[in-house]
Write a protein that binds this ligand. Structure first.
Ligand code: ADP
Length: 192
């Protein structure tokens, strides 16, 4: 299997690119944000818990997120996938460690972290724009958007170093048209 972590701050375009790349490379796209939104929409217990964090722009606790992710990976493994495209996970050092151990347990590994690099002010603008149509409560409020970006720098950004330490980090310019960015990402994916 070839497993890739698509990385970047909120609004970097991970979800948009994942939709294209999962088809192109036949990978299973796993977005923890989508999983939480699915649970919130369906009023599950997990959704109710997640909402108390997402609505403030904070991360959901690692134990909850890790369990949810593992369960979904286990479910998907039954169909013998070519690999996973992780989107929005891992987002903390604890999550990265859990993912490494879990992949090892499954006889595979994370091949690379491919990061979309975008300036903060561009991110805020994109998220506010998305909020007009996405129906996402966490995109509708500038304060929540800024808190998500702050949370990214507090807890997530350091994962670059984690994967750099394993020689698995690839940064890509995330500003441009969707097609241009897909091309830049594909140039990295093709090497993996
Ligand atoms: P974005 O990257 O645009 O902020 P996501 O859709 O990836 O949005 O995530 C939405 C929210 O779901 C996050 O703000 C956070 O509260 C929660 N979430 C998603 N992924 C994780 C994760 N790996 N760990 C903890 N919380 C997460």
């Amino acid at each position: 299997m070839t497993n890739i972590v698509l990385f970047g701050p909120p609004g970097a375009g991970k979800g948009t690119q994942a939709e294209v790349l999962k088809e192109k490379y036949q990978l299973i796209h796993l977005s923890t944000g989508d999983m939480f939104r699915y649970n919130m929409k369906n009023n599950t217990e997990l959704g109710a818990l997640a909402k108390t964090y997402t609505e403030k722009g904070h991360l959901v606790p690692d134990s909850v997120t890790n369990e949810m992710l593992k369960e979904e990976v286990n479910r998907q493994l039954k169909s013998n996938p070519k690999g996973f495209l992780f989107d929005g996970y891992p987002r903390t050092k604890d999550q990265a460690r859990v993912l490494t151990a879990f992949m090892t347990e499954k006889g595979t590994e994370v091949a690379a972290m491919v990061a979309l690099e975008v300036d903060d002010e561009v991110l805020v603008g994109r998220l506010l724009e998305r909020g007009k149509s996405s129906g996402r409560a966490d995109d509708a409020n500038e304060e929540v958007i800024r808190e998500r970006i702050a949370e990214y720098y507090r807890k997530t950004d350091i994962l670059k170093e984690y994967y750099q330490g394993e020689d698995k980090y690839y940064g890509v310019n995330g500003v441009g048209s969707v097609e241009e960015i897909t091309e830049r990402l594909s140039a990295v994916f093709d090497k993996l």
